[in-house]
Ligand binder design. Structure first.
Ligand code: DHB
Ligand code: FE
Length: 250
């Protein structure tokens, strides 16, 4: 594998006539990524979706996609009724997300765990060190874990995520720009879903009509993960959305 990787780099050097100053710039770029702490971001933006496609090609679970760089293990375990940890005045359109966790054969899985995280209404995750000095929500905000009930169902109250621009002032942003791309990800909810005797599923849920579905900077959108939001009938502006996860038995 390593020699195939080196061969691929050698081929690029030959095909593009890379000279010494370009080579020196590439080495400096690698140093800059390390010094800025962006290796996880860089890896996930440019390569995780490809790794994930290979890994999931033979899976019997519902569609998976990348974890991304902003998962934090050990978030709050919620009790019913489930409400994601939020500030009292959390900005954004309320969202009621409900659904089920099923085995691959459609059998409901009681006591399955959904570990969910998302950005706030300004596109910022809690517990992330951003390079641009923005206001970061308090630790644990919009990160939580909750279980399905006896029927395999769950319902959680949160806010509607918004499209999100990855940090673009550092070296990863420079590569995104050099590749002629924008730095946005479509709005998404991240979920890692686990249940006894089943494979753990890492995925994201997106929403129809998002302008970045076809040009996600991380290339992580899959058609089956794009959900239709609808407005609650309560009169208040509240979105509702449903999804059922299916997990392959181990
Ligand atoms: C990436 C993925 C995300 O889900 C996110 O919110 C930010 C960045 C990424 O692939 O780098
Ligand atoms: Fe994300």
């Amino acid at each position: 594998m390593i020699s195939a990787l080196l061969d691929a780099v050698h081929a690029v050097i030959v095909e593009h006539g890379i000279n010494h100053s370009e080579f020196d710039a590439a080495k400096q770029f690698a140093i800059d990524i390390g010094e800025s702490g962006e290796w996880p971001l860089f890896g996930d933006v440019f390569f995780e979706a490809q790794v994930e496609r290979v890994a999931s090609a033979t899976s019997r679970s519902s569609e998976s996609t990348i974890e991304g760089p902003y998962y934090v293990a050990g978030s709050a375990v919620l009790s019913r009724p489930y409400v994601m940890p939020m500030r009292p005045d959390e900005a954004g359109v309320p969202l009621v997300f409900s659904g089920a966790v099923l085995s691959a054969d459609g059998r409901p899985l009681a006591g399955a765990l959904v570990d969910m995280w998302q950005c706030d209404h300004s596109g910022t995750y809690s517990d992330v060190g951003y390079p641009d000095g923005r206001v970061v929500p308090p630790p644990g905000t919009l990160r939580g874990r909750f279980e399905t009930d006896e029927q395999g169902h769950f319902e959680v109250n949160t806010i509607t995520p918004v499209p999100y621009e990855i940090p673009k002032s550092g070296p990863t942003g420079a590569v995104v720009a050099a590749a002629g791309r924008h730095a946005f990800r479509p709005a998404h909810l991240h979920c890692i879903v686990s249940a006894a005797g089943h494979q753990t599923l890492t995925t994201q849920l997106f929403f129809v009509d998002d302008q970045y579905l076809d040009s996600d900077v991380a290339g992580a959108v899959k058609p089956g993960l794009v959900l239709r939001l609808s407005r609650a009938s309560s009169g208040e502006p509240t979105n509702v959305v449903q999804y059922s996860f299916r997990l392959a038995p181990t």
